[in-house]
Design a protein around this ligand. Structure first.
Ligand SMILES: CC(C)(COP(=O)(O)OP(=O)(O)OC[C@H]1O[C@@H](n2cnc3c(N)ncnc32)[C@H](O)[C@@H]1OP(=O)(O)O)[C@@H](O)C(=O)NCCC(=O)NCCS
Length: 185
């Protein structure tokens, strides 16, 4: 089962503390609220539009992540509210079985507190312990906060795909980023 073995308490920069644990099916509604709120923010940072992923679909994704030892769904709670998440899944191609794809977000009012740091490093450490040798993700090219965040965490730019996505009628360029946490072969 792909679950974090325990709930972690994470000290935040403002003196508060959040908890990080594996997502449970009962988190689906709260997860949906978080991701919809981030998806509604200008400027756009996520591929999906608000409402694209229903609570039912979140429940399915949480169960799917728990069922494989190559995938992980984490959520962060602060003051009784779900304020952050990470989803990590294996690349489906057998020749890329060492690769994990990652996506994450933190609620706007909980950013710059160190929660993103804690979520990302928890997920990466778990993935390495479960056989990952490359973590990859992509961000919109104009998402400067996310680029700064991932580069601070050792991700390097692997490429740029121009006009890769259309969201709300607008083209977005995609920057591909990767981190190689283990010894490279
Ligand atoms: C990217 C994101 C997850 C970062 O989460 P966070 O909890 O704010 O991150 P942290 O507080 O742990 O920040 C860690 C470091 O990342 C960098 N960083 C984070 N936000 C930044 C910003 N807006 N501008 C510049 N650097 C930033 C900084 O180096 C920061 O350290 P510092 O605060 O000491 O300078 C969050 O901004 C977010 O959810 N954005 C919207 C969704 C998104 O873009 N997701 C990624 C695309 S898949």
């Amino acid at each position: 089962m792909a679950l974090l073995d325990r709930e972690l308490t994470v000290p935040l920069r403002d003196g508060g503390a959040a908890s990080i644990r594996s997502a449970r099916p009962g988190d689906a509604r709260a997860l949906s609220r978080l991701v919809d709120a981030v998806a509604a923010e200008p400027p756009a940072t996520l591929l999906m539009m608000p409402g694209d992923i229903s609570p039912r679909e979140w429940r399915r994704r949480i169960a799917a992540a728990a069922a494989r030892d190559t995938s992980l769904a984490l959520c962060a709670w602060l003051g009784g509210r779900l304020v952050g998440n990470v989803i990590m899944a294996a690349d489906p191609h057998p020749a890329s079985a060492h690769v994990r794809m990652l996506g994450m977000c933190v609620a706007r009012d909980s950013r710059r507190l160190g929660l993103g740091d804690a979520l990302l490093e928890t997920a990466v450490a778990w993935a390495v312990a479960h056989g990952a040798a490359k973590i990859e993700l992509s961000v919109f090219a104009d998402n400067a906060p996310a680029l700064a965040f991932y580069e601070r965490h050792g991700f390097v730019r692997e490429g740029l795909r121009r006009r890769q996505f259309v969201r709300a009628g607008e083209y977005h360029d995609e920057v591909l980023l990767a981190r190689f946490p283990g010894p490279e072969s």
